[in-house]
Design a protein around this ligand. Sequence first.
Ligand code: AHR
Length: 520
Amino acid sequence: MRKLFLTILACCIFGCMMGQESKKTTATSVQMTLHNKATSTQRIPKEIYGHFAEHLGRCIYGGIWVGEESEIPNEKGYRVDVLEALRALKVPVLRWPGGCFADEYHWMDGIGPREKRPKMVNTNWGGTVEDNSFGTHEFLNFCELLGCEPYVNGNVGSGSVEEMAKWVEYMTSDADSPMANLRRENGRDKPWKVKYFGVGNENWGCGGNMYPEYYSDLYRRYATFCKNYSGNHLYRIACGASDYDYNWTDVLMRRVGRQMQGLSLHYYSVLNWNRKGSATDFGAEEWYAVMGKCSEVETVIKRHCEVMDRYDPARRIDLILDEWGTWWNVEPGTNPGHLYQQNTLRDAMVAAVSLNIFHKYTYRLKMANIAQMVNVLQSVILTRGDEMLLTPTYHLFKMYIPHQDAEYLPLHFETRQIRDKNNRPVDMLSATASRAADGTVTITLANVDLESDCKITISLDDDKRYDVSGSILTAKAINDHNTFENPECVKTTDFDGYKSQKGCVEVVLPAKSIVSLRLK
Ligand code: AHR
């Protein structure tokens, strides 16, 4: 009898470890340890919560900018509803104008009286005519209104060194110089502070189809003329690799080295570039498949970091993940070049799993920019005419605000793991923790499992009984999403499924949910 019991027990444990999925209705149990007394030197930079806005589809035009003459309520041409929603999200940094658009953008076309600005064709994104009414002033003033750092991406692919050098001077110089005076003529006396400057985008692809050796040389040349004016200190970001291209990182580290402050990386959670799949019409198999793909960013970040460590053991050059997120088929009936997609609970879960991973690597990863801010790819906001809705990803980002600039606290736990249809491992539980300057500890837990609740016992290494408050993001169905007819279908609500005792918190995490606990 005892032997039979032990055999069954061993099978269960083995089954879990080998990731054999069996339908469960009961809760799984996880022991978690948080060394909350320890101090850590690793901080989660607020820039991990960065955004990206490209001249693509309705991201800028219609999403952020409607112009002063619009009937849509606006402040100096910016949508008031969107501006307020973004302020509440505490956006720390915004990358612009692309993406692929950056390497065909000529900034001088976007300054001066709007009616005189030349038009261009946005060849990357649906051949849409771009009237340049949103340019340098409109972007940098938007960042000021939002209270975020601008991250301007320069043009290496089709622009000249002179053009890039002059742009930096135009934005940041306070001298009696040609570009600073031109800016003054255009209505802005004082220069803006522009810290982050990207020297090209995806120059291995849409930004010029270059080899890394050639781009490295170009980077050195272009970056040399991106000067520091009037007390502004540029943080120059070189175009980095996509996904698994570790050779690109290797070449850039070897040939560019300390001439860059940051090296970028792009990683999208796409399963198949030819058949991306529907944003809203999917089942459990597709849920787990994208969880597997988004979790793989951990291996990708780790390996790029290892390459960087070989050349820069002191970690002076940062890794900047300036494009990440989901990429699905466009919504039926919309322009395929405008990348307008819906956003479900699954997207919020991808964001949770991804952000939890990013926190771990913040010893080198110093910025991440979700693609993109409004109406494009994994947006936090969707608009239709004068209507606006907040996506599940918006609510997830809002839930994670306490982690911005907080001290990273490692969590120790073992989770059940399965294999998705592509044989990628998927952890059923993903978690992260941090401590804010006022001592509040935030623990964010994501139960990826669609079937089982997860009972977690979190041991803390002090004897304190904490005051806990919680919030939860979940939905009835995995593909629930917010529509203009039902904009509050998926949103964060209060959560009380926890018990706080001396030195320990017990929490029951419902299936497919993300829970945030705040311990005071
Ligand atoms: O975010 C959409 C596009 O994806 C960007 O323009 C490009 O950099 C990437 O390929």
